[in-house]
Write a protein that binds this ligand. Structure first.
Ligand SMILES: C[S@@+](CC[C@H](N)C(=O)[O-])C[C@H]1O[C@@H](n2cnc3c(N)ncnc32)[C@H](O)[C@@H]1O
Length: 243
């Protein structure tokens, strides 16, 4: 099942407003870690899968990338992206992208692969599209977060204090129906071994795995981040296609 939840007006409105605050898990946990894992960008040809409003694409151009192709299924998200002569935006599902072999030096994806059902096919195509020596860097929701069937893992006491996180259904991979802003947001749960072996099977060498923690000072601005030390929200991988 392929869903385009970011084009749902209510979801988009909420998400856009949230990201505009600059006080989000993206700003304080995921984006700093992912940016820190990017390889040298100078003169690189880059693909950003699930690029959203193009923030990361613009950052990578600012860091010297020669060209970024950004693809996203959501027209509303792409409508926020600023035009740039070195960025080409493609409106469509990443499952239908088609490029020549060895088209990119770097393929990135920030928090979009958990919306994709067929991870094996994704890794197969990414491995083909990378130049030898090229990198894949992607973040996804942590398997501990996506495991439980309703993805609602925090167990609270009667006062709403978080007691602990319930891990369940871990080996039951596949679709998850969860509520975030709207009902029935669809995501896909994969175990850690599936995430790692998918890259390995397609010939990619894993260079770094990161379960990011909040950046210093973030908890003062966003107190709920204290729970990131109890249960990680994200995991980020960096892999290389051998020369
Ligand atoms: C959490 S947002 C992240 C956006 C952006 N990468 C960022 O970090 O700001 C996830 C993005 O993935 C996109 N997306 C979800 N499923 C997709 C698919 N099958 N193909 C392409 N984009 C997809 C959504 O439309 C949304 O823009």
């Amino acid at each position: 099942m392929r869903q385009n939840i970011y084009d749902d007006p209510e979801f988009f409105e909420y998400y856009h407003r949230l990201r505009s605050t600059g006080i989000t898990y993206n700003d304080f946990v995921e984006q700093p870690a992912l940016m820190g894992m990017l390889p040298e960008l100078q003169d690189r040809q880059v693909l950003d899968m699930g690029c959203g409003s193009g923030q990361l694409a613009a950052y990578m151009i600012g860091q010297g990338a020669a060209h970024v192709t950004g693809a996203d299924i959501s027209a509303r998200m792409l409508s926020l992206a600023a035009e740039h002569p070195k960025i080409r935006y493609i409106h469509g599902p990443m499952e239908e992208l088609d490029f020549a072999a060895e088209s990119f030096d770097l393929i990135v994806s920030s928090l979009a692969f958990h919306y994709v059902e067929d991870y094996e096919a994704l890794m197969d195509r990414i491995a083909r599209w990378l130049h030898p020596g090229g990198h894949l860097v992607f973040s996804t929701e942590h398997p501990v977060t996506t495991a439980k069937l309703d993805m609602d893992g925090w167990v609270e006491d009667q006062q709403g204090q978080r007691l602990h996180y319930a891990l369940d259904n871990y080996s039951e991979e596949g679709i998850r129906h969860t509520r975030w802003v709207v009902e029935d947001v669809v995501k896909y749960h994969r175990t850690l071994s599936t995430l790692l072996n998918g890259m390995i099977r397609h010939g990619l060498q894993i260079e770094q795995v990161n379960e990011p923690e909040p950046i210093p000072g973030a908890v003062d601005k966003m107190p709920t981040l204290v729970h990131e030390w109890r249960k990680p929200s994200f995991i980020i991988f960096r892999a290389v296609k051998p020369v």
